[in-house]
Design a binder for this molecule. Structure first.
Ligand code: SF4
Ligand code: SF4
Length: 108
């Protein structure tokens, strides 16, 4: 368990990358390795991957086209909404949050 400190410094990293977990034993893990997809962390059950993939709503000036037109709740709540998910999968939120992010996870 822990708490989040800091703030969004609007670096755009979470809008330009996708991060997801797959079962560690799955063929998908080998598939991901072969394609050079970054492995953020791994345990016996789950492996967290990250790859560059910009959201279609992300503009070259770093702004979101949905900013004032119904930006998804998941985007508004990131990364608070991910902490429980990461912990449930045995992931260390310190590693799940990129060094680019203005939020930092502090264990309590
Ligand atoms: S909808 Fe907007 S805030 Fe959400 S990922 Fe896309 S660009 Fe980022
Ligand atoms: S990675 Fe963190 S600092 Fe960067 S835009 Fe997303 S929430 Fe904000």
């Amino acid at each position: 368990m822990g708490i989040l400190k800091g703030f969004c410094k609007q670096c755009g990293f979470c809008c330009t990358h996708v991060q997801f977990t797959i079962p560690t034993t799955s063929d998908a893990l080998e598939w991901s390795r072969a394609r050079g997809i970054q492995i953020v962390q791994s345990n016996e059950q789950w492996t967290e991957l990250r790859m560059p993939q910009a959201c279609l709503n992300y503009q070259s000036d770093g702004k979101c086209t949905l900013q004032d037109k119904g930006k998804p709740q998941a985007c508004k709540e990131y990364p608070k909404n991910m902490i429980e998910y990461w912990e449930r999968h045995g992931m260390d939120p310190v590693l799940s949050l990129t060094e680019h992010c203005g939020f930092k996870y502090v264990s309590t």
